[in-house]
Design a binder for this molecule. Structure first.
Ligand code: HEC
Length: 220
């Protein structure tokens, strides 16, 4: 104890060391607790998975559920052999970034689904806007045309934002990384948008971040 006291006395009685020594202690703590952990993690693209989507995307998810899309489409790969085979065949079926847990953070309720009459839509963001709009309006070719008669969604307003604002408040309450400012922004973001626009925004968001930032091929 005596030695500690003498040491403290010798440091604190000299003005220069009284300033420099605590500063060094503080900076070494900063180095160990902030800088080193930061360098150790590869943050490239990871934060982007947590960044919130446009409010129209969350509204679009609501429309996805009310229209019952999840009864025919999944938004997940199931842990079965056939799925693995199908989605790892890059040459045959194209680019399908591997799913990661964080991408479901803003799904409320979950739209993962379990029945797959149509294709899996967790990567529908790889399609183009005009392609999706045509498909929903029943103008696609093949079996999809007869099953998608959703043209009316483009004539109905997406909503005045009040419902979405309450939904986001509830999501914040249950731990979603959304702010009050974001909650308020929904009124502006839904202006002059139709239900169809919101649904397309939602479909275009699926897999977008994986494609742009953090995509890994799904491989054997
Ligand atoms: C009755 C079942 C059913 C319902 C309900 C349904 N779909 Fe589909 N969907 C299909 C089928 C079948 C296909 C065609 C799959 C194919 O051509 O291989 C398809 C294709 C699609 C595709 C193109 C997928 C691709 O990989 O080419 C999109 C996008 C899509 N549907 C979105 C939706 C949305 C959004 C809704 C809700 C508004 C919806 N579907 C409702 C059955 C359905």
């Amino acid at each position: 104890m005596d030695r500690l006291y003498t040491f403290a006395r010798s440091v604190l009685t000299r003005p220069v060391s009284a300033v420099v020594f605590p500063l060094l202690v503080f900076l070494s703590g900063f180095l160990v607790q902030v800088i080193l952990p930061y360098l150790a993690i590869n943050l490239s693209g990871q934060g982007s998975l947590l960044s919130p989507p446009d409010p129209a995307v969350i509204q679009g998810q609501e429309i996805y559920v009310t229209e019952g899309c999840q009864y025919c489409h999944t938004q997940q790969l199931r842990p079965v052999a056939l799925d693995h085979k199908r989605f790892s065949k890059l040459e045959e079926f194209g680019y399908f970034p591997q799913p990661v847990a964080a991408e479901y953070d803003y799904d409320s309720p979950s739209v993962a689904g379990s029945i797959r009459i149509g294709g899996d839509l967790s990567r529908s963001g790889l399609k183009s806007k005009s392609e999706l709009e045509a498909l929903l309006a029943g103008k696609a070719s093949g079996p999809a045309a007869a099953l998608h008669d959703y043209g009316y969604l483009f004539d109905e307003e997406a909503g005045d934002g009040l419902f979405l604002s309450w939904k986001i408040k509830a999501m914040i309450g249950s731990g979603a990384y959304l702010s009050e400012a974001y909650q308020i922004s929904v009124f502006e973001k839904l202006k002059e948008k139709s239900k169809g626009d919101a649904l397309v925004a939602f479909l275009l968001d699926r897999g977008k971040k994986q494609r742009e930032f953090a995509g890994k091929y799904y491989r054997d």
